[in-house]
Each structure stands twice: as C-alpha cells, then as structure tokens.
Write a protein that binds this ligand. Structure first.
Ligand code: ADP
Ligand code: MG
Length: 824
C-alpha cells in the first residue's frame, strides 16, 4: 500500500495533464503524474472540443530537451488551429469561456494547495511523507527488536530461577504465614526440648538421689539387722549365762548380783540400742516419707513428661501437617508459576512470531516503498518546478481570461441594456394594454347593488319589494315605480343575494391597476340606509371593499416583492358641510385646506393630513379603529352624521423596481358618499337644510366633473366642491372610477331608487364612444327627466391641460408613462 496525498496528484486532472504534457515526454511512470515545468510557451491550453486549442500567447521558446521540442512540434498544428479559432473563444457565454474561468479558478486553488503542501513538507519533514513513514517504521522496528530481546532475557531469567517465590502470587501471603507459624512451632519445639532435657536431668538427679537413699536405707537396714542379731545373740548369751548362774546357788547370788549388775549395764546398752534403733526407725520412716514424696514427685514429673511428650507429639503432628500443607502449597505455587511461565512463554512466542511477521511486512513495505518513494520524490521535485513556473502561467491565463471576461461583460452589459430597453417597452405595452382593457370596459364603471329587505324597512305595502332582475342579463335592473316598470342598464347589477366577495371581485382589477401606478376612485352612492357603508366598510366578520382592497394590495405587493419594493400609506378624511377633516389626526376638528404645491408644479396637497404606513391587516384595523374613535368622540349621533358626510379612505402605493429603478405611485380613493336623498326638496330647515345643500352641491359637482370628463371638455369644474377638488388627480387622466350605486329594494324608497339609478346610468355613459353615448343618453332621456343638471357644460378647450394634472397629497396625476421614468 503506497500512501499518497491527493494534492500531489495534480497531473491526474485531465486539464492539468494537458498543461504539463509538454515537459514530461521522457518520464517513466505513466500512472504517476510528474509534470515537468517546461517553458510555459510550449504548453497547449487544456480543451475539451476538437480544434479548440489555445496557446500561451505564442511564446514558443527553444527551452527544454529533444523530447520537449518534439512534443512542441507535435502541438504546433493544434496551436495554429487554436490561433485561427481564437475568435470563437471570445464569444460571450461560450462554454470555453466558462471552462477557462473554471480552469483558472481550479489552477489558482491548485497553486495555493501546492504551495501550502510544499511549505508544510519543508517545515515539517524536510522530506516526503514516505520518508517519514519509513523512519517511523524503522523506529518501530527497533522498538520491537528491543522488546523481543527483553522478552527473551526475561524468559531465560525465569527459567534460571524456577524456585524464586513469586511475589505477586495469591498464596505467597499464606505461605509466609505458614512459614512464620512453622518457625514459631520450631522455636516452641526447641524450647520444649530444652525443658524436657532439664526435666530429664532433674529426674535423673532425683533418681540418683533416690538410689543413694535406697542404698543408705539398705545399709541402715543391714546395720540394724546386724545389730539386732548381735543384740539377740547377746541376749541369748545373757539368758544362758543367767540360767547357768541360777543353777550354782550362792555364787549364783553373787553371780546373780554381778549379772544383775552386768545386766543393768546390758539393759542400759539395750535401751541405748533401742533408742538408737528408735532413732534409726524414725530416720527410716523419715527417709521413707522423703522417698514417698520423691516417688510422688517422680510420678508427677513422669506425668508432666508424658504431657509434654503428648504436647510434643501433637506439635510434631501439627508441624508435620503444616509442613505437608506448605509443601502442597509450594507445589501448587510451583505449578502455577510453571503454568504462568509456560503461558508467558507461549505468548512471548506468539508475540515474537507476530513481531517477526511485522518485521517481514515492514521489510517488504520498505522494499516496495523505496521505488514509490523515489517516484514520489521525483513527483515532488517536478511539482516544485511546476509551482515555480506556475504563477507565470497563471498570470498569463488570467490576463487573457480577464480580457475575455471584460469583453464578455461589455457584451452582456450591452445585451442587458437592450433587454432593459425591451423590458421597459414591454412594461409600458402591458400597462397600455391593461389601460386599454380597462378603458374598453370604461374608465368609469357603474355597478348597482341592491340590499336585502331588512327589519328596519317595517311591514305592510310600503315594505314590499319593488326591484326585480333579468335572469339572463346581470346588467339589467327593473324597478316598479308608482306602478310603472322602469328598466336600467348598468355595467353590472348585484342582487341582494350577492356576497361582499362577489362585489369585491368586480373591484379587484382596479385595485391591481393601482399597484401599477394608476389612480383609482371607488364611490358608494345612494340614499341613506341603502347599504353604502355596508359595501365599503362591511362588518367585522364580513369586511367590505376597504379592508379587502388593502388585503389584496398586501398580497400583490408580497408577490412582487422579489422585484419591487412597495410602501403603502393610508389617510382617512371626511368632508362635512364642505369642511375637510383629518380622521387620523390628533385634532380631528381642525379644518384642513387643499393647497397648490409651492414648488409651482401645479400639484395639490393637504397640509397636515396624517398618513400611516401600513404593512398588515392588523395595521389597517388599528387605523380604521382610530378613525372610527375620532369620529365617534366628535359626533354624538354618528349614524346621522355619517349619512350627512363623505368619508374618504385614501391609500397611496409607492413602488420602486429594484432592477430598473422605475418608480410608480398609485392612489386608491375609497369614498363612502353622503346620503343622496333629496332632503332640500322636502322643506328641511336650519342646519339640516344647510347639510342638504352642501351634500347636493358636492354630489352635483361630482356629476358635473364626470360629465365634463365624459364630454372631454377643456374645463373640468373640479373646484366646485371640496370632494372633486380633493379627488381631482384621481378622476382625471388615466384614472379609473367605479361607482357602486346602492339601492333599497322596498316600495317606499322607489323615488330615491329611481333617482339613484338615473344618476348611475348617466355617469356610466360618460366614457363610451360618442355614437353609443348619444344613443344611451337618448334612451335614458326618453324614460325620465333628469332632475339634476350639470353645472357647467360649456366647452372650454385647452384649459384642462393646465388644470387637470395635480396632486392631492403625494402622487402625480396624469399619464402612467410619466410615472414610469426611472429614478436614476
Ligand atoms: P348607508 O350607509 O347607505 O346609510 P348602511 O350600510 O348603513 O346604509 O346599511 C343600512 C342597513 O342595511 C344596515 O343595517 C346594513 O347592515 C344593512 N345592509 C345594507 N346592505 C346589506 C347587504 N347587502 N346585506 C345585508 N345587510 C345589508
Ligand atoms: Mg352609511
């Protein structure tokens, strides 16, 4: 196994192999990459396709050997071909350019890694990995040899000293104890032996003394017996003498007397002998007593000796047993030791075998490593040379690639410019088409919504339904007014069954166009109680156009977030008795004025009108709530007040296209108009009359403006009411208007319904073509007389161009084309 590092195998990379090929014709190992740093000029550039060669700027130098020059001459046709085809290389987006870029990246990385490798090798080893490995193996080998020698020595030592008690053995302690005990017992035995010999000596002494005493006693007895015999003999002699004397009478007396005298002497001797006998007997008794004592002593001594003998035999037995035990243990220890030695020996043999094998492996490894090491050293040297020559090559490659990239970037730039131009053109075309579509549908669209009959309508004939629909055409509405059926055609008619979402669907397109930079107005028109507020605001559970529009804006803006950045701001205002008030301001009672911009641009703005930036439905709800609170605290009877005032929600959408820098501003005006009922005609007085006059004036002005726009008059009377003046830029130009005419279905409201529907039809006819418009007007005129006349119908050419454009707050009026100017 030859360890090799991947980073060395630079030549294995097909592209680099091509690079080095010029300098390594004479190298022996084809599998090994050993690039030689030939002159950079002689190296053909790597390539994938046929005929796509590239030179190092044609610097063919004569450096290198014969092989080099032959390789170079072989590469020359390819070189020439490459030069001939060099135009293709420069083409932008060509795979070769990409390939070259990658190549350069790759070469850079290679260079870095090689430089690191070289420095690492230099600093760490001063040689190659293989050398390091070989050194390690040699050290390992040496260590193993030493280990082996040590093992052998140990083994021999073990063999030489088999009796050496093992110190770590589990029996050693027991053995030591036993040995101690044995020595103790031996000591005791020695002691007892001493005692025994002492006793024996004593016994011997006593026996000697006894023998002496016996001898003396025998002597004494023999002496006594002799004395007794002598005495008895004398006595017998005496008795015989006495008897003989008695037989000789006178002399006998004398003799007797002499005998008697002699007998007293004898008697005295006798008593003396008796006393001596007595004394001797006493002495004998005494001696007998002593003898007895001594016999007793001897007996006890014998007993003690027997006891001691028994103890000694017991000790001896114990000693023998201990000795046997010790022998057994020593034997088992010996066996254990032998076994351990055998095992150790076997292990050592196995280890030695393994070591031998290892050694053999290492030897073979070393043998195989040597050529590999040589090859790698060659490789390393080659690489070193390459690394030295590499920066030059890289610099060259980089220079050419840079030039190509620069060219490509230029081309891409010009392409981008072209694409941008096309994109802008397309964008404008799309806007135009959309605009055209909405225009074709009518810039001013009118729909009617009939609310359901409610409890508030009461009961009886007055509360009967007077409105019917055409089942085949959803733009027709029929009204039975004073027993006479009247029909109206609008853009769409929603029956009471229509949901908030159904109505909103009709509005959706306008809201989308607001994101595109158009100004949009949505009005809810109709008598009080016809459902204007319901359609615009709705309820919490079932929101109306206002909230749905903002929700749609959020989702649309989110969808476009990758390209466009949008800001949505909201203002809320109301117009009551021709006074404009900010519903979101801190001072809602403050009158606001609509002013011309001081910059002379002719645009309008409302100083002090609060704008809130909103980003979520929660934000909108907060804004609505705030506006509602402002209105509630200001007016005691909100319902009545709201029916007498116009409520405006102004949503401004500013957009910036991140890629083109295009800016758009669209304004969405959502207007809940004051009740359209003709109070003034029913003889109202005081403030009620003033309110009615203001409402009438502003609604008439709205009608006038629409009529003027319809007939393309030069002068549009925006300034006739605060409402039209404020909405000027959202009503003119490319702006789009939707009028939702709210209708009450019941019998008692038919007059107002008729009035509302007439107004609606009149407004609707505005943006139609002249011919059809006239026809519509004719048909309407024949049905009913219009009670309300436009205030200004006189054509005033060319004035509109100056007065129409302007801005209420922030956005620019007029053409979308003007809004789509790039900011940069
Ligand atoms: P306006 O704002 O025109 O004075 P409102 O919106 O206040 O009228 O509506 C009057 C009443 O009719 C309210 O109670 C409202 O809930 C109800 N209403 C109006 N339109 C509808 C409808 N489409 N569906 C159900 N109820 C409606
Ligand atoms: Mg209302």
């Amino acid at each position: 196994m030859v360890p090799s590092r991947r980073t060395w195998n630079l030549g294995a990379t097909p592209s680099l192999r091509g690079l080095w090929r010029g300098g390594r014709a004479g190298e022996p190992e084809p599998g090994m990459a050993r690039p030689a740093p030939a002159s950079p000029a002689a190296r053909p550039f790597p390539h994938t396709g046929p005929g796509r060669l590239r030179t190092g700027r044609g610097r063919d130098s004569p450096a290198g050997g014969d092989e080099d020059s032959s390789t170079r001459s072989a590469a020359r046709p390819a070189l020439a071909q490459c030069r001939a085809l060099s135009v293709d290389w420069a083409s932008p987006g060509s795979p070769h350019r990409l390939y070259l870029t990658l190549q350069v990246e790759h070469l850079k990385q290679k260079l870095i890694s090689q430089a690191q490798e070289v420095s690492r090798l230099r600093s760490e080893l001063g040689g190659t990995d293989l050398e390091k490995h070989r050194d390690l193996l040699i050290v390992e080998n040496e260590r193993l040899r030493q280990e082996m020698r040590r093992c052998e020595a140990e083994l021999q030592e073990m063999r030489a000293k088999p009796a050496v008690p093992c110190t770590g053995c589990e029996h050693s302690q027991e053995s030591a104890q036993l040995r101690d005990k044995l020595s103790q017992l031996q000591l005791e035995v020695a002691e007892n032996k001493g005692l025994l010999s002492e006793l024996n000596l004593e016994v011997q002494q006593k026996t000697d003394r006894l023998a002496e005493v016996e001898l003396r006693l025998k002597d004494c007895l023999a002496e006594k017996a002799q004395e007794e015999e002598r005495l008895s003999r004398r006595l017998r002699d005496s008795h015989e003498t006495i008897a003989s004397l008695r037989a000789q009478s006178p002399p006998v007396k004398y003799v007797m007397k002499t005998v008697e005298v002699e007998s007293s002497k004898t008697k005295q001797a006798l008593s003396e002998s008796q006393a001596r006998n007595q004394h001797l007997q006493e002495q004998v008794a005494m001696q007998r007593q002593v003898l007895k004592e001594m016999e007793q002593q001897l007996q006890s001594s014998h007993q003690l000796t027997a006891q001691l003998r028994a103890q000694i035999t017991m000790y001896e037995l114990e000693l023998e047993r201990a000795h046997g035990q010790m022998l057994e243990e020593m034997q088992s220890l010996e066996e254990d030791k032998n076994r351990a030695i055998e095992e150790a020996f076997a292990r050592a043999q196995v280890e030695m075998k393994a070591v031998h094998e290892n050694l053999a492996g290492v030897r073979t490894n070393l043998l195989t490593l040597q050529p590999a090491l040589r090859t790698l050293t060659n490789d390393y040297n080659g690489l070193k040379r390459q690394v030295r020559g590499f920066p030059l090559l890289l610099q060259e490659a980089l220079k050419s690639v840079k030039a190509e990239i620069g060219q490509a970037i230029d081309e891409v730039n010009s392409n981008n410019q072209e694409l941008l131009r096309k994109y802008r053109r397309e964008l404008q075309l799309r806007k135009k088409c959309h605009n055209e579509l909405v225009r074709l549908k009518g810039n001013i669209r009118v729909i009617a919504r009939v609310r359901p009959v409610t409890k508030e309508d009461g009961e009886g004939p007055e509360a009967t339904n007077a409105v019917t629909f055409d089942p085949d055409d959803d733009s027709i509405i029929h009204l039975l007014h004073k027993g006479k059926p009247v029909s109206f055609e609008l853009d769409k008619v929603f029956s009471p069954k229509a949901s908030q979402q159904d109505v909103f669907q009709e509005v959706q397109a306008l809201i989308t166009s607001c994101i595109d930079g158009f100004n949009v107005c949505i009005f809810a028109y109709g008598q009080t109680g016809a459902g204007k507020t319901y359609t615009m605001e709705g309820t919490l559970e079932n929101p109306g156009i206002n909230q749905r529009a903002l929700q749609l804006l959020f989702s649309e803006v989110q969808e476009k977030a990758s390209d466009w950045e949008y800001t949505i701001t909201v203002s809320a205002a109301e117009i009551y008795n021709e006074v404009l008030r900010d519903l979101l301001g801190q001072e809602p009672q403050e009158k606001l004025e609509i002013r011309l911009c001081p910059d002379g641009s002719g645009q309008l703005y409302v100083p002090g009108l609060t704008e809130f930036q909103v980003q979520s439905v929660e934000d909108i709800n907060k804004v609505f709530e705030f506006g509602h609170t402002n209105r509630t605290t200001e007016f005691t009877n909100l319902n009545e007040h709201s029916s007498r005032s116009h409520a405006l929600l102004i949503v401004t959408v500013h957009g910036v296209d991140g890629s083109t820098g295009l800016r758009t501003t669209g304004k969405l005006n959502l207007v809940d108009l004051a009740g359209s009922e003709r109070v003034g005609k029913s003889g109202a007085e005081g403030s009620r009359l003033r309110e009615a006059q203001h409402i009438n004036k502003s609604l008439s002005a709205l009608g006038d403006v629409i009529a003027a726009l319809r007939s393309r008059q030069g002068h549009v009377p925006f300034r006739n009411s605060k409402l039209t003046y404020l909405l000027q830029d959202s009503l003119s130009g490319d702006s789009k208007t939707l009028m939702v005419v709210q209708v009450s279905p019941v019998e008692k409201n038919t007059s107002e319904t008729l009035y509302s529907l007439k107004f609606a039809e009149r407004v609707r006819s505005v943006e139609l073509g002249p011919g059809s418009r006239r026809a519509e007007l004719a048909s309407w005129s024949s049905q009913e007389h219009l009670e309300w006349e436009p205030a200004c119908q006189t054509p005033q050419p060319s004035a509109r161009a100056h007065s129409a454009p302007g801005s209420g707050t922030t956005s620019r009026p007029g053409s979308i084309r003007r809004k789509l100017q790039p900011s940069a």
